[in-house]
Design a protein around this ligand. Structure first.
Ligand code: ADP
Ligand code: MG
Ligand code: MG
Length: 254
C-alpha cells in the first residue's frame, strides 16, 4: 500500500526552480534513504512536503494515503501523520518542551477523534521517551530547543517522533555533523519505530548511518530529480564512487 506518492513534483524557492519532476513512492512499512550531491534539493523536498513557507509548488502532486498534502496547511499535514525532523530545529523560548509536545500530541489525538491525554499520563509517556533517547527528565521543563547542543537537539527530535507516532517520518541528516552517539540515537529511534506500517524517508550523506538503519531502498536525488534507485547496496557503491559516474551515465543516456 502506497503511503506517500509524489508525482512529477516541480517546486521553487525564491523564483529558483529546485525540484524538477520528482517521483517517489513509499509504501507502508518501508524505509527509504535519499542521498545525493549538495544542493540537489533533498532538504527542499522535505520542506515542500511539510508545507514550509517560501517553498512554492509549481506542479505535480504529493499524497499521504488519500490526503492531498499540497492542499493542507502544515498543521493539517502533521495531523495526517507526517513528521519532519528539521535539520536545524527552531528555538521557541518561553514554551517548555513538555507543553510543546503535549499540544502536538493532543492535536493528533483530536484529529483521530480521541480525547486529550491527562497531564499525568502524558508526563509518564514523555518521561519514558526521554529515557529511550537518553535525555534526563528535566529536559522536559526546558524551552523548546533553547540552548540545546547538536546531540541534544537530535535526541529531542527523536523523542518527538516517539511521542507523536507519525505515519511517515522524514529525517534530514545531511549537514548536521552528527557524532557517532547521535547517529546511534537516530538509528535506534528509527529501528524501534519500524513496525511494518510506519514509513521513513531518511536523507543522509552518511553511508555509516545506513549500517545501523537498513534501508529497503536507496535513491539518488540530483538536480531536482530522483536519478537512480536501488537497494542498500547502492549506498555502498555511492560511498566508493561518489556521484560523478551517475552524472556521466545520465549524460550518455540523454
Ligand atoms: P540539499 O539538501 O540537497 O543539499 P537544498 O534542498 O538545501 O539541497 O537546496 C537546493 C538548492 O536550493 C540549492 O541550490 C540552494 O542554494 C537552494 N535554496 C534552498 N533554500 C533556498 C532559499 N531559501 N533561498 C534561495 N535558494 C535556496
Ligand atoms: Mg545541503
Ligand atoms: Mg540538505
Amino acid at each position: 500500500n502506497a503511503l506517500l506518492s509524489v508525482t512529477d513534483l516541480h517546486a521553487s524557492v525564491e523564483e529558483k526552480t529546485i525540484l524538477k519532476g520528482l517521483n517517489l513512492t513509499v509504501n507502508e512499512g518501508e524505509v527509504h534513504a535519499i542521498m545525493g550531491p549538495n544542493g540537489a534539493g533533498k532538504s527542499t523536498l522535505g520542506y515542500v512536503l511539510s508545507g514550509r513557507e517560501g517553498y512554492e509548488v509549481n506542479s505535480g502532486s504529493a499524497k499521504l494515503g488519500e490526503a492531498d498534502l499540497l492542499d493542507l496547511d502544515p498543521e493539517e499535514r502533521a495531523r495526517e501523520g507526517l513528521f519532519l525532523a528539521f535539520q536545524y530545529p527552531v528555538e521557541i523560548p518561553g514554551v517548555s518542551n513538555l507543553e510543546f509536545l503535549k499540544a502536538a500530541v493532543d492535536a493528533q489525538r483530536e484529529a483521530r477523534g480521541e480525547e486529550p491525554l491527562s497531564s499525568k499520563d502524558f508526563l509518564k509517556q514523555a518521561r519514558e521517551a526521554c529515557k529511550q533517547v537518553n535525555l534526563p527528565a528535566d529536559f522536559l521543563k526546558r524551552g523548546v530547543n533553547e540552548g540545546f547542543s547538536g546531540g541534544e537537539k537530535k535526541r529531542n527530535e527523536i523523542m518527538q517522533m516517539l511521542l507523536l507516532q507519525p505515519k511517515l517520518c522524514i529525517l534530514d541528516e545531511s549537514d548536521s555533523g552528527l557524532d557517532i552517539d547521535a547517529l546511534q540515537v537516530v538509528a535506534e529511534g528509527v529501528n524501534s519505530q519500524r513496525d511494518g506500517k510506519r514509513s521513513f524517508v531518511v536523507v543522509t550523506h552518511y553511508q555509516r548511518l545506513l549500517d545501523f538503519i537498513k534501508p529497503d531502498f536507496v535513491h539518488v536525488l540530483a538536480d531536482g530529480q530522483i536519478v537512480k534507485s536501488g537497494d542498500a547496496s547502492l549506498a555502498l557503491e555511492l560511498e566508493a564512487q561518489g556521484y560523478a559516474w551517475l552524472q556521466e551515465q545520465r549524460a550518455r543516456d540523454a
